[in-house]
Design a protein around this ligand. Structure first.
Ligand code: SF4
Length: 376
């Protein structure tokens, strides 16, 4: 993105109002501009014919609407589309569009790499480079929405749901995340309801509390283990925010959430976390919270093996048995369909190249031999 001009994708509506005021313009001008950018996908101020010519000229010399450079676009046989975006300095991030009968979901990245280092995640193995800016987060939606409208030859909204489940831990990039979420929700922006925007976190407890106050969208939590011993290995952030703290934070979030449940993501790893005793531990765990109500759902995710992980995908019989045990205990549990397998777009494979600044790959290679608990 340009360093000399102000990129207007970085602003939510209040931010754009403040920017327009700094140019001596009234707030309603910012609303017009915001609609041109996000609802119409405009990049050229000259197109914005309902803005005064003097403002258009001012903007042309001081501002820009600049998206991300696309490195690749891959379309799967099932309609899933994956884009790899260049975010400079050798770093790339990915966004994935997943069409379904009744919705179109965009999976968006929040960081170049990720510092959490989950064992089953190829992004985690690449390490962390940097946070994305608000403009870089929203540019993924801005580009995808307007590309898809052109591609499908429609003026209707194509992306109906956004999940912050791409590269990165969104709650470790909070300052940039919140204005991006507000732009997604804004009626002058993308007009998505809070139920249709999901932040997925590995459990950054203090930021979950802040999100519940600042912008309470739907919440998904990457659980992946039923006890602290195993979760410490699979999701290292657990050492800082163990399960009891995390589940209490989930319970507290529900008071503000747009849905009456939290979704737990659970990546099924052969012999590691997929045994009946793990299901029973999960049932016992979630029953300790929620004041006797059904308050969570589980989404079981087939693991996408990659060589450095040293982990294997659970067999489908083990997954079905696990889902059955949870469902029989009254916990609504679904098994995620794998999408975009032929273009490596499935969960945990969102791995553009990043320049690791944390030596995560080295650290994880050392840990690999001790991380796998075989329960049988
Ligand atoms: S699963 Fe999410 S939080 Fe964990 S390493 Fe991957 S991107 Fe980071």
């Amino acid at each position: 993105m340009s360093t000399t001009l102000t990129n207007l994708l970085n602003f939510d509506l209040p931010g754009l109002v403040a920017y327009c005021q700094s140019l001596g313009e009234k707030p309603f001008r910012a609303t017009q501009l915001f609609r041109w950018i996000h609802q119409r996908g405009a990049t050229d101020f000259a197109q914005m014919t309902d803005l005064a010519k003097s403002l258009r000229e001012k903007l042309a010399t001081q501002a820009c609407i600049e998206g991300l450079k696309i490195l690749t676009q891959q379309e799967s046989r099932d309609g899933t589309i994956k884009w790899l975006f260049d975010v400079g300095d050798g770093n790339a991030v990915e966004a994935v569009f997943i069409p379904e009968d009744d919705r179109g979901t965009l999976c968006v990245s929040s960081q170049a790499g990720c510092a959490v280092g989950c064992r089953f995640c190829s992004t985690g193995h690449q390490g962390f480079s940097r946070n994305l800016t608000t403009g870089e987060i929203i540019a993924q939606l801005w580009f995808a929405e307007h590309f898809l409208r052109r591609h499908l030859n429609t003026s209707e909204r194509v992306i109906t749901n956004v999940v912050m489940m791409g590269m990165g831990e969104p709650l470790q990039n909070y300052a940039a995340l919140v204005p991006a979420l507000r732009t997604m929700l804004d009626d002058h922006g993308y007009g998505l309801s809070r139920r249709r925007v999901t932040v997925s976190t590995s459990g950054v407890v203090p930021m979950m509390q802040r999100l519940s106050q600042d912008c309470p969208v739907a919440l998904a939590v990457s659980l992946h283990a039923p006890n602290d011993g195993l979760r410490d290995h699979l999701v290292p952030l657990n050492r800082k925010y163990p399960l009891d703290e995390l589940l209490q934070a989930c319970e507290a979030y529900l008071e503000f959430a747009p849905r009456d449940f939290v979704t737990f993501e659970y990546c099924m790893l052969d012999g590691v976390n997929d045994q009946p005793e793990h299901a029973q531990q999960l049932i016992d765990l979630v029953r300790r919270y929620g004041k006797g109500k059904a308050w969570c759902k589980f989404n079981l995710i087939p693991f996408n093996p990659f060589p450095q992980s040293g982990l294997l995908r659970s067999g489908s019989a083990a997954v079905q048995r696990f889902a059955q045990l949870l469902n029989d205990a009254g916990i609504v549990t679904t098994v995620r369909k794998t999408r975009g397998d032929d273009i490596d777009a499935a969960c945990g494979q969102l791995a553009g190249d990043v320049k690791d600044r944390t030596r995560a790959a080295e650290r994880m290679a050392k840990q690999r031999t001790i991380s796998v608990y075989r329960a049988r």
